[in-house]
Design a protein around this ligand. Sequence first.
Ligand code: ATP
Length: 343
Amino acid sequence: MSGLALQNVVKEFGSFTAVKGVDLEVPNGTFVCLLGPSGCGKTTLLRMIAGLDLPTRGAIRLGGEDITAVPTHKRNLGMVFQSLALFPHLTVGENIAYPLRIRGIDKAAQARRVEELLAMIHLKGYADRPVSKLSGGQRQRVAIARALAISPKLFLLDEPLSALDAKLREAMQVELRQLQQSLGITTIVVTHDQREAMTMADTVVVMQAGEIRQAASPIEIYRRPADSFVADFIGQTNLIEAEATGGVASVLGVAVPGLTLPAGGKALLSVRPEDVHLTAPGGSAVPATVTFVRDLGGTIETFLDAGGRQVVAVSTPRERPEVSVGQAVGIQLTAEDCVVLKS
Ligand code: ATP
């Protein structure tokens, strides 16, 4: 399926390169989150997809057509930005109808579409309310409805939920994903919140310093991070040094059966806290000492010192390890729990 394709897209601002040769395929009907720390180039990339900025080099295709130099208003896009830019003096219905009105759609068709969209965003009966009288979440929905009014080919959102409080934000993430799935619209969202990306996306694109570090499904990114940046940025992880001794990988001199390392002998492992299993010290376990225990109710975090490196283990109250601060314990590492990272 031909959706959106970015080919070696570069954006330079003077001598600074904000986006460094990005290649990305977004199949039709999928939801992509551009995720990364502040300044990594997410917004710049989205602005080029939107036609608000011109790439310095490279091409952008939509449905097979080269749209690199096509102006925004001819791209058939729906856009929602952090500042929702609703018209405060207009009603909910007038806001949603605005893009239809400027395209000269007749009044009856406008009214039908507004009703359809209000039902879709769970705001039936709100058409005549001034937007100034809406809550943050309601305004958000109106901005989404206005962007979708023209049934765009591509839906672009830049940090659309960042002004909302944490609870509402989580609810809106689920709503946005459900809406996208029911419409089957190709959607690209910029966010710096990894939980948000994991909730909504088919594909999470992790960016750093203008480059894509990994583009994959949320679970693939979590379970098989490509490198230490991705491993550390997505969820919590332990980065543990390993070396190959006699063909077998070992951590602090203890062999990890079945784990192979790339040639060169040394590598960094990513081990998620829920995969750190505590046992009695000795034998095939990596030696460690308990330094702190944090009981958060739903989960228990055990902080450990393993050869001077901090390792965190997370367990549920049911599998609570019976350990106390200062106690010597063992970490049982298996090959399945370890991801060997590219350096
Ligand atoms: P944030 O999450 O903070 O919005 P971001 O990942 O979206 O960050 P961008 O806004 O894409 O980052 O910016 C990427 C880099 O490009 C930053 O270092 C920024 O300062 C720079 N940049 C962006 N726009 C311009 C511009 N018009 N002129 C010069 N530099 C720019």
